[in-house]
Design a protein around this ligand. Structure first.
Ligand SMILES: [Zn+2]
Ligand SMILES: [Zn+2]
Length: 313
């Protein structure tokens, strides 16, 4: 199991030292041949790689139409593979994947368009799952989620993991349920009534360990203000240990067997100024949480997505 000290909080990962302001994206800086520091070399490589990917994605988006109209033949190339390889350095397997994918995207114009900016790999992961109703939502996920997280999402959506249950009740349980439902709201659906009952029970529970009893000191101290410990956004090590102990060090997402990698605030820290809603998650399910899949998306998530798209990560 990982040591709790080595697990980054979401805050420190969001403020990763590798993230840089967008000013550096000026490609003029890239043309210099002077050998810079290790960091500069890495930055240049990263940015040029990005530029190259952008161009590759645009080339891939053009391929289906070139294939359809057999434009390669008119220019003396026997196959589309030869054409794409010689003119743009695209590999046989990439071209094949792009053309196969095109067949799946016939009635999905938004996904077709997404190839231009996101390439074919992420689009291919979700191509079979998308319907006209969900197309827009999937495009957003492709733009904001990593490849491993999209793969996991596709797996979960393909029904490999049970997400809804039916519970059988006997007569006595039913009576109790209806009695409680009467108090909560008789016009609610059974499902909604049950949801509210469960939420109420969760709220009544105290997940935090009781604070140590303080030793009594004789004398009247009622007028002395108590010094409150300062709560910062960094979770104390003892609390991290306690949080991890609830899941045996694992990710708290149902049926996930990955080790916990991130302490995630279900209710954002700036709103609560406490760590009561923190759960341990693996990196993939942390992406789920911030992409509106397991939690409602917040304004902060949307801002972060924008920031990620324009900065170096
Ligand atoms: Zn988080
Ligand atoms: Zn997980």
């Amino acid at each position: 199991m990982q040591n709790s000290n080595t697990i980054a909080t979401e805050i420190s990962s969001a403020k990763s030292s590798r993230t840089e302001p967008t000013a550096f994206l000026n490609t003029k800086n890239l043309n210099t041949t002077t050998v810079g520091s290790e960091k500069d070399l890495h930055r240049k490589f990263l940015l040029l790689g990005r530029e190259r990917n952008k161009i590759t994605y645009k080339l891939l988006a053009l391929l289906p139409e070139i294939h359809k109209q057999k434009i390669y033949e008119k220019h003396g190339y026997a196959t589309i593979y030869e054409y794409a390889g010689k003119l743009a350095g695209l590999s046989h397997s990439t071209v094949e994947k792009a053309l196969k994918l095109e067949k799946k995207l016939k009635d999905k114009p938004l996904l077709q368009k997404a190839i231009e900016t996101q390439g074919i790999h992420k689009v291919a992961i979700v191509a079979n799952l998308v319907t006209p109703e969900t197309e827009q939502m999937f495009v957003e996920k492709i733009e904001n989620m990593s490849k491993p997280a999209l793969q996991q999402l596709s797996k979960e959506l393909r029904g490999k993991i049970q997400t809804s249950w039916q519970i059988e009740m006997d007569e006595e349980m039913m009576k109790t349920f209806l009695k409680l439902k009467e108090k909560i709201g008789r016009n609610l659906s059974n499902k909604e009534a049950m949801r509210r009952m469960l939420n109420m029970m969760v709220k009544n529970e105290k997940p935090q360990p009781q604070a140590k009893k303080q030793r009594k000191i004789p004398g009247d101290f009622s007028s002395v203000p108590k010094a409150k410990p300062k709560i910062t956004r960094y979770i104390p090590v003892a609390q991290k240990r306690f949080i991890l102990s609830r899941t045996n060090g694992g990710c708290s997402h149902e049926n996930c067997h990955n080790p916990a990698q991130i302490f995630h605030h279900q209710t954002r820290f700036f709103q609560t100024k406490n760590h009561e809603s923190v759960i341990p998650l693996c990196k993939i399910h942390h992406e789920f949480a911030h992409n509106g899949l397991t939690e409602k998306q917040t304004e902060a998530d949307l801002l972060y997505h924008k920031y990620r798209q324009t900065s170096m990560i």
